[in-house]
Design a protein around this ligand. Structure first.
Ligand SMILES: [Zn+2]
Length: 68
């Protein structure tokens, strides 16, 4: 018997960030440039992760711009 699992989840983490010029369009908080890491897991087993850069809001966490 073969069981297939279709449980996929994704976690996003900020590894490092530093203040950047600009304001959040949603809450008006300060923006910062962050190194992001997205990890995708399939059945709780990590199988894919990606590092990328983004400009995020330090207050509400909104992604204002992303560099893939
Ligand atoms: Zn914000």
């Amino acid at each position: 018997m073969v069981w297939f699992c279709f449980l996929v989840d994704q976690t996003r983490k900020v590894r490092r960030s530093k203040p950047a010029a600009g304001l959040c369009s949603r809450c008006g908080g300060g923006a910062s440039v962050a190194d992001m890491k997205t990890a995708t897991r399939f059945c709780h087993v990590p199988f894919y992760s990606k590092s990328w850069k983004a400009v995020i809001c330090t207050f509400c966490g909104a992604i204002l711009r992303s560099y893939q």
